[in-house]
Design a protein around this ligand. Sequence first.
Ligand code: EPS
Length: 359
Amino acid sequence: MTLTLTTAGESHGPALVAIVTGLPAGLVLDRAAIDRDLGRRQEGYGRSPRQKIETDRVEVLAGLRHGRTLGTPLALVVENSDHANWEWGMNPWPPEGEAEGKGTKPVTLPRPGHADLAGSLKYGLSDARDALERASARQTAVAVAAGAVAKALLAEIGIEVEGRVTGEGLEARVDEARAERDTVGGVVEVRVRGVPPGLGSYASKEDRLDARLAAALMGIQAVKGVEIGEGFELAARRGSEAHDEIFRDERGLYRETNHAGGIEGGISNGEEIVIRAAMKPLPTLMRPLASVDLETGEPAEALVERSDVAAVEALAVVAEAAVAFELARAAREKFGGDALGDFVSAHRAYVERIDWSPR
Ligand code: EPS
C-alpha cells in the first residue's frame, strides 16, 4: 500500500488539480483545516498583490462522502480566481475573438533563475509562457491541500508536522529588497514529532527516508539546498561530537542529542525529524537582470511581471505539506490497511512490539 500524488494546473489556467490515491477508507477530513493551510500559504510578508485577488479554497470532486474518505482516489481542486483576467491568454482551447487581457503577448525575455530559457529550449517553445505557467509556484496551492490530507492521516497515529521560517529580520530584508526592486530568499525548517523508529529503509536508495524527504523538498520551486539535522555542520566535526549516544531509562531507549535530525541509516530513529530547505531569491526582479530576446537574439532585459518580493513564509507551509505527504507515504507502506482502523491498529501493534512511545 502506498500513497501517490499527481497534480496538474497552470498558474493562470482555470484551476489546479490533485489526485491522491492510497488513502484508507474512513479518514475524516475537515474542510476548514484544509482551507486554513491554504490561507497560511497565502499569507506572509513580501507576497505578490495576486494574493489579494485570490482566496484559495479546496473543492473535492471524488473520493469523499460526507467528510469521510472512501478509500478511492481523492480528487482535489483549487481554482485560480485570477484566471478571469487571463481567459483569452490561458484558454485551454483556441480562443475566439480578438486577443484581450493578460497573457496575449508571447514571452521572449527569459528571466535568469526561472524555467523560461531551459523550458523554452527543451520543449521547443516560442512563447516562454508555455514553460513558466507550470513552473510557477502557484502549483504549491494544491500540494498544500494534499499535504493537509496527509497531516490528517498522520494525526491518527500521533504524528505532528510543523514548518516555520528560521532566523529573524525577514520583514526588514523584504522592505530593503522591495525598495531596491530586488528579491530575497531564506531558510525554512520542518519539525516532525511522534514518528516512531522504522519509517523508511536502508534496503535501497529509493527507500531511504532522508533521500525521500530531500527529494520532496527539492521538488518545491526555488529550493536549492536541503539539510537534515545538523547536515553540513556535521562534516567539520569529529565522530564523538556528531553522533547521538544511546541511553535507556524506565521509559525505554532515548538520546540526549539529535544531531542526526531523527534519521539514521535512512530510517526514522524515533527522535524528532528536523529538516531544512534553502530558498533562492525569486527570479522575477522589478529591476530586471540581463537576458537575451529569444525572438531577435539581441541583448535585452529580462521579463518583468507582477511577482513576490519573497515567498519564504509560504515555503514554510509548502515544505510542511511536502514533508507530511512523504511521511504519510512511508507510514502507509509500513502500516497498510484498507480501513483507517486497520492502519491505526497496525501502528499500535508495532509501537507495542518495539516498546516505543514519543517523549
Ligand atoms: C509566481 C508568481 C506570482 C505569485 C505566484 C507564483 O504570480 P503572478 O505572476 O500571477 O503574480 O503570486 O504565486 C501564486 C499565485 C500563489 O498562489 O502562490 C511564480 O512565478 O512562481
